[in-house]
Ligand binder design. Structure first.
Ligand code: ADP
Ligand code: MG
Length: 592
């Protein structure tokens, strides 16, 4: 076939495909336009998962009548004039492609009326209709100030796309996600979403992020989240990360999900899909969450627009940071500090307080009020004198504290009873010891603890095929930890050494338990093998429930626990202690 230039309609449909992948992309582009237009209220109406109809109306600035046809020309935009502007994008849109793309693959009607001022007669509005990108009607139309775009029969002329759409309920789900994300990013705007005439989401626009969290994630989830607000300039006002502001809400360690879908990120309040940000947050929760579970967080990263490139993909949902490492470590450090700070020992007997780590709502237990973070800051409100200096590696050093504890005794051969400044603490001896061993083994200063102890006589292990598979998958990590096992023939192996912490264990049983634990833990999460193994070894080596401890053993354990970075949870994310305050005791005894 000879080379030929594609007819304009074909080219337009191909280009449209990059911007408009599914009904949710249409909703996203229209919402972004409304936000850019300064809307305070945005209503979204969807029928049949968006196939039949998507309508977005706003009370924004509107489009002057004479500019309306131009808005549907590809690369026509009011948000950018020169290539230099591209380096400092402060609007959500800038490519001038969305309206043209949507019009190319649907029946589109736009009614717009510029905000009052010029001539606020009700007939000042204009209506335009396009079919498959061709203008079929243009005329005056009375309308309130603002813009309404209606998209019908999406993809009617692109059968390939139509075929790939999922069931209406699934597409509606994607749309809900988009609206929810923007409602969270813009608490000062009221969003209203109706799916097949039923209200699916309604945010009030009162500017309080916490209210939107409750609407979107539910009260139970929101109650277990704490505000995060950190400007990263502490080291030096010009160092890496200076001028980066991490804010939002993060879940307490007791709040976790099987999926990552409740990790929501914005960059300068643009909703982005960036895996690296999710990884940074997962690392911030390291050893605080159960293995294989994901945290819940809604986080905005505010930074100088010149520091981020948003023009990576036509959908504008990927970004590139100029200093990726600085963003990554600022995010990680801010989240870690916030979570460690907030995770207090769970209180005994507080209404609904049996959940791990849950603070009583709205009380001062957190030391900070839930309503502290009110909305996000616009990037323009931040100061950006930041100058970068390179080579200054940022490391986090944050430490959670526990109160000074005086050991009183042991309960049920499982819990250490201790008195603190505000009442009674029950410490789970196994969980606490796991935490201590975990941090000791991890830190370089305790190399000795993980030094391999050669066994006087190798121990023969008869393994099952399943155990062999697990062993081979983790062989390297095992040997790094001082567990050396050599193949002896068939399913027979010989254990040559164990780490010092396991020296008092029966070797074959210890290895059997560790392999079983590793086999069970087939989590898809990319936790490093070393980390998993470490946790497993600690579990095995830690003092068990049911063992009588002497006073001095308990005191030593508490002393070590106090030195831990995250003493309030075991490496699996369970609490190491629960708290019964003197106030609660007084209440129980009717002294108040
Ligand atoms: P972009 O948003 O990248 O500029 P679009 O194709 O989405 O490109 O929109 C083209 C132009 O139409 C915008 O630059 C803006 O001037 C105008 N426009 C689109 N939607 C609205 C709206 N809801 N309110 C006011 N103006 C709008
Ligand atoms: Mg746009």
């Amino acid at each position: 076939m000879p080379i030929q230039v594609l007819p304009p309609e074909v080219a337009a449909k191909i280009a449209a495909g990059e911007v408009v992948e599914r009904p949710a992309s249409v909703v996203k582009e229209l919402i972004e336009n409304s936000i850019d237009a300064g809307a305070r209220r945005i209503r979204i109406e969807v029928r049949d998962g968006g196939r039949r109809l998507i309508r977005v109306s706003d009370d924004g600035c509107g489009i002057p009548a004479e500019e309306v046809p131009l808005a549907f020309t590809r690369h026509a935009t009011s948000k950018l004039t020169s290539i230099e502007d591209l380096q400092r994008i402060t609007t959500l849109g800038f490519r001038g492609e969305a309206l043209a793309s949507m019009a190319a693959v649907s029946r589109l009607t736009l009614v717009s009326c510029p905000a009052a001022g010029a001539g606020s007669s009700p007939l000042a509005g204009i209506q335009i209709q396009l079919e498959g990108g061709r203008q079929v009607w243009l005329g005056p139309q009375g309308a309130p100030p603002g813009t309404t775009v209606t998209i019908e029969n999406l993809f009617y002329n692109v059968p390939a796309r139509l075929k790939f759409l999922k069931a209406p309920a699934t597409e509606a789900g994607y749309i809900h996600r988009v609206v929810a994300a923007y409602a969270l990013a813009y608490p000062e705007i009221s969003f209203h979403l109706a799916l097949d005439r039923r209200e699916a989401l309604h945010s009030s626009g009162n500017g309080r992020l916490r209210d939107v969290l409750i609407e979107v994630l539910g009260l139970d989830t929101a109650q277990n989240m704490v505000p995060l607000d950190e400007e990263c300039a502490e080291a030096s006002p010009t160092g890496p990360g200076a001028g980066i502001r991490v804010s939002g809400y993060v879940g307490l360690p007791n709040l976790h999900r099987a999926q990552r879908d409740q990790l929501i990120f914005f960059v300068n309040r643009r909703w982005v899909q960036e895996r690296s940000l999710a990884v940074a947050v997962a690392q911030a929760y390291q050893s605080l969450l159960p293995v294989g579970r994901h945290p819940v967080a809604v986080i905005n990263i505010g930074l100088d627009p010149a520091e981020v490139d948003v023009n990576v993909h036509p959908t504008k949902s990927e970004v590139k940071f100029r200093d990726q490492a600085a963003v990554f470590s600022s995010l990680q450090r801010a989240v870690r500090r916030c979570v460690l700070d907030a995770a207090q020992p769970p209180q005994i007997g507080v209404a609904g307080g049996t959940g791990v780590g849950r603070p009583p709502v709205g009380t001062g237990v957190l030391g900070r009020d839930f309503n502290q973070v009110e909305g996000w800051q616009r990037p323009s409100q931040l100061g950006f004198e930041a100058q970068r200096t390179l080579g200054d590696e940022t490391t986090w050093s944050v430490k959670q504290s526990i109160p000074a504890l005086r050991v009183v005794g042991q309960l049920a051969q499982t819990y250490i009873l201790a008195e603190g400044p505000d009442g009674l603490y029950l410490v789970d001896q196994h969980a606490a010891h796991e935490r201590v061993l975990y941090e000791q083994l991890r830190s370089a200063t305790h190399e000795l603890a993980r030094v391999a102890q050669r066994l006087l006589k190798p121990v023969t292990l008869e393994l099952s095929p399943g155990q062999v598979a697990v062993l081979e998958a983790h062989a390297e990590a095992l040997s790094r930890l001082g567990i050396e096992i050599e193949h002896f023939g068939g399913y027979t192996y010989r254990l040559l050494s164990l780490p010092a912490v396991l020296q008092n264990e029966e070797p074959a049983a210890a290895i059997g338990d560790i392999l079983a634990e590793l086999a069970e833990d087939a989590t898809p999460m990319a936790r490093r093998s070393d980390e998993r193994l470490l946790i497993t070894v600690c579990k095995r080596a830690a003092v068990k429930a049911g063992r009588v401890l002497t006073m001095s053993e308990m005191q030593e354990l508490i002393r070590h626990l106090e030195q831990c970075e995250a003493p309030r949870t075991c490496p699996h994310g369970r609490p190491t202690m629960v708290h019964l305050s003197t106030a609660q005791l007084a209440r129980e005894f009717g002294r108040l």
